[in-house]
Design a protein around this ligand. Sequence first.
Ligand code: ADP
Ligand code: MG
Length: 340
Amino acid sequence: MFVEDMGIDLGTASVLVYKKGEGIVLHEPSVVAIDKNTDKIIAVGEEARRMLGRTPGHIIATRPLREGVIADYDTTEKMLSYFIRKAIGNKMFKPRVIVCIPTGATDVEERAVRQATIASGAKKAYLIEEPLAAALGAGMNIADATGSMIVDIGGGTSDIAVLSLGGIVCNRSLRVGGDKFDEAIIRYIRREHQLMIGDRSAEEVKMAIGTAWVSDENRHKTADVRGRDLVSGLPKTITMSSEECWYAMEEPVMEVVNAVKKVLEITPPELSADIVNNGIIMTGGGCLLDGLDILLSERTGLPVIIAEDAISCVARGTGRALHEIHTLVKTESQGTKRIV
Ligand code: ADP
Ligand code: MG
């Protein structure tokens, strides 16, 4: 029977599916809308995202992986099933599926992912740790003995890992990512402008004018932000600058930078030398924050490279892992677990 293989990046912000021979076939937000009265799922992905913050009382739109790890594994399982089925289509064959999991995932969470994958019609389910997939997606040769550092900044978490010989030498995962940058913007605007804004507006502001490196060129960039005035209760628009945006986000952004420094401090010296040569590779949507590469490079004294197509890096990496599945399964102890 013809077997079609599939790689999945199960992220806190979005899910991407990579199909052998086709590339990325699905890219949707990790959002699920549930009817609280019946416990039924109303919508998944893009459709559910449009409902976030706009739903009537009995419908809740949630992100099952919001806190980085799998906060709600029943819902995660259902969401994953939905995406796998959508990517398979009405075909009869069963694919082999490889899903990346966060480095901090517990056994229970791993089992939930595996169950969901099998329940959705996969013939075999494999798991790969996210930093390895990110490195593969960034085109790195992870099997050799040269040390490399991957910093993946997602929605809910940032994962920092030093890799060598196809395994993770040291790493740190923190529950700070793009979502925390958005929340910081929300808090700042509430405090300084007495304006209440939603998650999506905050993310839009971050992408439009947010910066981690204030310069003469971007200092005066501004954007209009709409929300509800906390005093009058009426809709209001304010103008925010890039510089203000940096004040708002400084704390969570610096948490990521400091975590990278901590990992560098515990990196074995031979591998540190390699990282000096190769630089730090950044992946994930969060690394696209303007100026973050400059900030990280300034604070570590190392070259920082944003991987090409940073958002789909992990998904493409799982795809590459599929091509190399035979070698990876053999290196079970080195980060890729064959679980079925
Ligand atoms: P995950 O792996 O958790 O699903 P992603 O790698 O998809 O996350 O990254 C999602 C995060 O990246 C979100 O917080 C989003 O706001 C942020 N992001 C995406 N594009 C940009 C951009 N151009 N500038 C700043 N942040 C961005
Ligand atoms: Mg990710």
